[in-house]
Design a protein around this ligand. Structure first.
Ligand SMILES: Cc1ncc(COP(=O)(O)O)c(C=O)c1O
Length: 401
């Protein structure tokens, strides 16, 4: 890994044959500081969004001390790189072996659950431990989110009161958690979910020590421009203050995307142009899973030193490098109309879920990593146009869509 000033400088100095992941540590640090300073509670980083050790260490240095892990692999990973971090095992369905190892070998005390069966597993695997923090996950709507998390997990409203009472009997600290779905486009998602938390507490009449509002905090992508994050925090803080819970109850959240989307982008080369289709050297099985499978439109920029001023922009779709027809990203991605084979494109905002889902299918997928100092293509943590003016002077043709 080496450092360079910005994406265009990387193209000029290396003309890479393979895709390159560009990392912006400063962007992840800024996001983490924002949560640490403005969210009035604990922010747990959802490791699944990007488990890179370098990122984990950056977030730790920026003040993120709690980590939401979903598998024994993530438990081991965070334990290895951040031995003093607090780990919260927030996958509601775990194997007994994973629970036992997390508890006995890695010091995990916090677990989520959404059924009586899971509660029994936790009790058996921890041998009836009395120091558990157990968070009951309730099912809430994903209607404000771009990616639903409403079907798979979460106790049904009709079962929640019973489960809270049963969990209270074995937990040292009792929590309620939920997930409003990823990329929630309105603070109303959290307001509605907090309404369900209130109703559950009232119905079960239990003392609740932790309210965990989960992830779902958005980032910014073409066609998805959410309100500012503080408006989400305001709704959560106000509704938390109003809950019938003990005065010492803690507020938690579990951001994944919002902490790391701006951390990474990808430099790809156009290998072929067919009309308005560009064949690029990364795709559905690489860092662009969401672009292919859920039609996510990431921001794109042509990285070329000498595009003529006034070049028309046009809509393109992408094919990835594998032999598979499904390796296709419809976009549309807006780029200069004269783009051709040999040109380089930066695809932005891939720090969350993009880098984490890369495979080596068909022999592709190897990428070098370079740290750059310029601004991410978009940000929820400041004025992106100011950042561009200051940090991206070398671009002659940009399309932030
Ligand atoms: C339990 C849990 N917490 C947090 C997250 C992170 O969500 P996001 O990246 O939308 O913030 C997820 C994502 O799937 C999750 O399942």
């Amino acid at each position: 890994m080496y450092e360079n000033i910005d994406a265009l400088a990387v193209v000029r100095s290396t003309s890479p044959d393979e895709p390159i992941t560009l990392l912006r540590p400063h962007a992840a640090t800024r996001a983490a500081r924002f949560f640490v300073e403005k969210f009035q509670g604990k922010s747990l980083y959802a490791v699944k969004a990007n488990p890179s050790p370098a990122l984990l260490e950056l977030l730790w240095d920026a003040g993120i001390t709690h980590y939401d892990v979903a598998s024994l692999g993530e438990v081991r990973l965070v334990n290895k790189f951040l031995p003093d971090a607090k780990l919260c095992f927030m996958h509601p369905v775990k194997s007994e072996r994973a629970i036992a190892q997390a508890y006995h070998n890695h010091g995990v005390r916090t677990f989520s659950l959404d059924s009586h069966e899971e509660l029994q597993k936790i009790v058996r695997a921890t041998k009836g431990a009395t120091d558990l923090e157990l968070c009951v996950r309730i099912r809430v709507s994903s209607e404000h989110a771009k990616l639903s998390l409403a079907s798979k997990f979460g106790a049904d409203p009709s079962e929640v009161a019973d489960l809270l009472v049963a969990t209270r009997q074995v937990a040292d600290a009792l929590g309620i958690c939920f997930h409003v779905g990823s990329q929630a486009m309105s603070p109303a998602a959290f307001a509605e979910a907090m309404g369900h938390v209130r109703a559950a507490i009232v119905k079960a009449s239990v003392t609740v020590d932790i309210v965990d509002v989960g992830g779902g905090f958005p980032s910014v992508y073409p066609g998805m421009e959410p309100p500012d994050l503080e408006s989400y925090f305001d709704v959560i803080h106000t509704m938390f203050e109003d809950l019938p819970i003990s005065y010492s109850a803690e507020l938690w959240c579990e951001p994944g995307r919002a902490l790391c989307a701006e951390y990474a982008s990808l430099l790809v080369r156009v290998e072929k142009r067919r009309g308005r289709e560009l064949y690029i050297n990364d795709g559905a099985y690489g860092s662009l899973f969401d672009a292919a499978h859920v039609g996510w439109r990431f921001p794109v920029t042509l990285l070329r030193s000498n595009t003529a001023i006034g070049t028309q922009m046009a809509e393109f779709s992408f094919y990835g490098p594998t032999c598979d027809d499904m390796d296709y990203m419809a976009g549309p991605f807006i780029l200069p109309d004269d783009i051709k084979a040999g040109d380089y494109i930066e695809v932005g905002m891939l720090g969350a879920y993009g880098c984490a889902m890369r495979t080596e299918f068909n022999g592709f997928g190897e990428t070098e990593t370079i740290i750059v100092e310029d601004a991410p293509m978009a940000t929820l943590y400041g004025d992106v146009r100011d950042n561009d003016a200051v940090h991206r002077p070398m671009r002659t043709s940009t399309s932030h869509q």
